[in-house]
Design a binder for this molecule. Structure first.
Ligand code: SAM
Ligand code: SF4
Length: 345
């Protein structure tokens, strides 16, 4: 049995028989793998200016370990794997890793979330390796603001990366924007307009108070309702029916637009009922819920060369530990110690 800590997020009952179906009937088929906690940006809502003390090579899971986890997950029915970080494109060997992930039995769909700085030079190789899509995080279309939010220059490089990714067929391309009050929320309409010109999905994510000590607090959150009001200032929106599995984004399109917009009400309304995912942090912890600090240690199992069956058992235990819903906003909710760059978003 894993030495996991069950705290406030503990589920009320556990059913170990249903592989990757949790206590609340949710089917878990999506794994997010964080492959590094390092990053070439310092976004104020994610990382402190000085960066974070990296857990170093010894503490980060090797690609071999990550592949063992991914293989165990696909044996249990996971069909989609997202590679994230930190910034995943700064880790050496990422293209080869993507290739091995894509070749796993069951051929899961491989996607990646990136800040886009290195995408221009890497998009073609990633596509060739078997990556199907990318989400690019971009919070402003203005160079001075880019530097203010990320504490680094580079807007044009990100834009070049986005266009290159779309050109090589990493589609449908998604852009993630986190609107922050009095910082970039006045650009929501400009981002929405991108969906009028390009077949991209522009997603607006409510700021989440995942860890303390960052540049913004809960008061800076721009709510899903406020985001919708800004988007509707361009024109009426029609809801889009999903063709694939439900995700957290509520999707809409403008009349005749090639792209669409999505709003992710991470905090203001629970989308937890549709949660279909598990996360693995770069230092080898399975995190059943993004917004609960409870974790299970899979690195320890990998270090003692645990069997495939043990790894599967750990993944099942993490699924059983998934809470019904997060508790952000409740009186006794406390921010965790890990920033988003440690969890992978
Ligand atoms: N470095 C990559 C990137 O920025 O896309 C991948 C990792 S990043 C932690 C993943 C996602 O988390 C990004 O889209 C980022 O905007 C989002 N994110 C980080 N901190 C956040 C916060 N406090 N609230 C909401 N989203 C956040
Ligand atoms: Fe780096 Fe992504 Fe966090 Fe920005 S959001 S600091 S790019 S990990």
């Amino acid at each position: 049995m894993p030495n996991n800590r069950y705290g406030a997020c503990r589920p009320v009952a556990a059913d170990r028989k249903n592989a990757l179906k949790d206590t609340f009937g949710r089917k878990i088929e999506y794994l997010r793998l964080s492959i590094t906690d390092r990053c070439n940006l310092r976004c104020r809502y994610c990382m402190p200016e000085e960066g974070v003390e990296s857990v170093g090579h010894g503490g980060i899971l090797s690609y071999e370990d990550l592949l063992r986890i991914a293989a165990a997950a696909t044996r249990l029915g996971v069909s989609k794997i997202r590679v994230t970080g930190g910034e995943p494109l700064v880790r050496k060997g990422i293209v080869g890793f993507v290739k091995e992930l894509a070749a796993l039995p069951g051929q899961p769909e491989i996607t990646l979330t990136t800040n886009g700085l290195l995408l221009d030079q890497m998009a073609a190789d990633l596509k060739q390796a078997g990556l199907s899509r990318v989400n690019v995080s971009l919070d402003t279309l203005r160079e001075d603001r880019f530097e203010q939010i990320t504490r680094r220059p580079g807007l044009q490089r990100v834009l070049d990366g986005i266009h290159r990714a779309a050109a090589v067929g990493l589609a449908p391309l998604k852009i993630n924007m986190v609107p922050i009050r009095e910082v970039n929320a006045d650009e929501i309409a400009d981002f929405g307009r991108l969906s009028l010109e390009h077949p991209w999905e522009i997603r607006f994510i409510e700021f989440m108070p995942v860890s303390g000590g960052l540049g913004y607090s809960a008061e800076n959150r721009f709510s899903a309702q406020e985001i919708m009001t800004e988007l509707e200032s361009i024109g009426p929106l029609t809801p889009v029916e999903r063709s694939g599995p439900a995700g957290p984004a509520r999707l809409f399109r403008y009349r005749d637009s090639p792209g669409r917009v999505g709003v992710i009400p991470a905090i203001s309304s629970h989308f937890c009922g549709e949660c279909n995912r598990l996360r693995v942090t770069a230092d080898g912890r399975i995190r059943p819920c993004l917004l609960c600090s409870d974790e299970l240690d899979i690195r320890e199992a990998l270090r003692r060369n645990a069997s495939d069956a043990e790894l599967e058992e750990l993944l099942r235990a993490a699924v059983v530990a998934k809470p019904r819903q997060h508790r952000v906003g409740e009186k006794d909710y406390k921010e965790g110690s890990r920033g988003m760059q440690k969890i992978g978003g």
